[in-house]
Ligand binder design. Sequence first.
Ligand code: FNR
Length: 183
Amino acid sequence: MTQTTIAVLVGSLRRESINRKLATALARLAPSDVIFTQLEIGDLPLYDQDDDANQADSVKRLKSELLAATGVLFVTPEYNRSVPGVLKNAIDHASRPYGKSAFAKKPAGIIGASPGAIGTALGQQHLRNITAYLDMPTLNQPEAFVQAKDDLFDADGNIGEGSRKFLQGWVDAYVAWVKKHAA
Ligand code: FNR
């Protein structure tokens, strides 16, 4: 059986991140031939174009992990109605040097959770601008703007019953999208 591998970029570094928990719980909804791996982005330096010809080891690692993956899943909070700087920093690193992006043609999914009522909708829209420029075929529908309420997760960290059917449908659609666009 061929394995499909999904590189997961979580746009929050905080220990109790809702979005990291969401990324972990979503992976549990995937079929067994699909492996989700959360990539480290907290150790990347601030992007500096002067370093393009001499990328840090952490940047090289991130790029090779992305290049090896079948698809990329962004699970991110919305910061000030946009993408958190830590995620944008990782994207800028992995998209460079010019012509050597690790993202081109990788099928993408975008999802995020926030305690707020619009559940990262505006941050996701900004991210769609970015994935379009990066030439990533990005799942348009279904959209998933997750409002993080107390029952989003059960005691074991799985998606709670109230959201499970909807998010199972989202994962199924994303996995089908990745398989359809696999190189
Ligand atoms: C936020 N938060 C937030 N929420 C939102 O719905 N829209 C927004 O624009 C913002 N802006 C914002 C900026 C900054 C700098 C912070 C620190 C937070 C609140 C945010 O959704 C909340 O802190 C989440 O818990 C962050 O996600 P993680 O870290 O739990 O995954």
